[in-house]
Ligand binder design. Structure first.
Ligand SMILES: Cc1cc2nc3c(=O)[nH]c(=O)nc-3n(C[C@H](O)[C@H](O)[C@H](O)COP(=O)(O)O)c2cc1C
Length: 223
């Protein structure tokens, strides 16, 4: 376990101040392979419920595919044209407690002994039954999708700490994007759906607006 504290609190806050939803990136400046792998690694290391990692990170670099996505993504127009690296984060559709994926994840990725797998799987069954996830495929997908946002946030912060800009995007037609990705064979026969997009690169100019947020008293309630 690494117990050193590699960055100061001031550096972290300054990265949060530096990060902004970048619309247009500098097309002459590409993120290095090493830096992009660092960003992906922070996505990979992100937490998820019971460590189920219900995501896939599709890196869209093919200009033709970017153009197809552009036609159905009003909120990602400039980002698709200019990002050094463009991610579509997919969420798993079937995260049922007894699915092949969940079983494999517990046994072979998390390396749990048989009795621990049984314990986790039955705990998961309880949670999924209680919250109605088993009766509604949409809810089950959204449960996965919520978790992709943890990886999304971590990758944006990691990028900012390295001076790399990013933009999260939900401004797209989900069904149309799924259709395009399905045609590319990226959804593994319905096992995934698009959850959120995330563009990376280097800013062309300083943000159009200064960062605005509610005051702390407005959003934090101590009781
Ligand atoms: C989940 C999510 C979806 C977003 N969707 C879009 C989008 O489709 N297009 C876009 O340009 N910005 C999008 N944004 C960026 C927000 O507008 C932006 O984060 C917000 O205005 C705060 O500004 P800041 O990130 O620069 O601090 C999205 C942000 C989040 C977190």
């Amino acid at each position: 376990m690494n117990t050193t504290i590699p960055v100061s609190k001031e550096q972290v806050i300054s990265a949060f101040q530096y990060r902004h939803a970048t619309k247009t990136f500098n097309t002459n400046k590409k993120i290095s392979g090493e830096d992009f792998n660092y960003i992906l690694e922070t996505g990979r290391l992100s937490p998820s419920t019971m460590g189920l990692e219900p995501w896939k990170f599709v890196v869209v670099q093919n200009p033709e595919l970017r153009n197809k996505l552009k036609e159905v993504s009003p909120g990602a127009q400039r980002q698709l044209d200019t990002a050094s690296h463009f991610l579509v984060i997919l969420a798993r559709t079937n995260l049922r407690y007894d699915s092949e994926y969940v079983m494999n994840q517990l046994k072979n990725v998390k390396k749990m002994p048989e009795e621990v797998v049984t314990f986790y799987s039955s705990a998961l069954k309880g949670v999924q039954e209680e919250s109605g996830l088993l009766k509604d495929e949409r809810l089950l997908y959204e449960w996965s999708a919520k978790q992709t946002y943890i990886a999304l946030g971590n990758m944006m912060t990691a990028a900012a700490l390295a001076g790399i800009d990013s933009c999260p995007m939900e401004g797209f037609d989900y069904a149309a994007v799924d259709h395009i990705l399905e045609e590319e064979g990226l959804l593994q026969e319905g096992n995934f759906k698009a959850s959120v997009m995330l563009a990376f690169g280097y800013r062309n100019e300083e943000p159009e607006r200064v960062k605005t947020r509610n005051d702390m008293e407005h959003i934090v309630h101590w009781s």
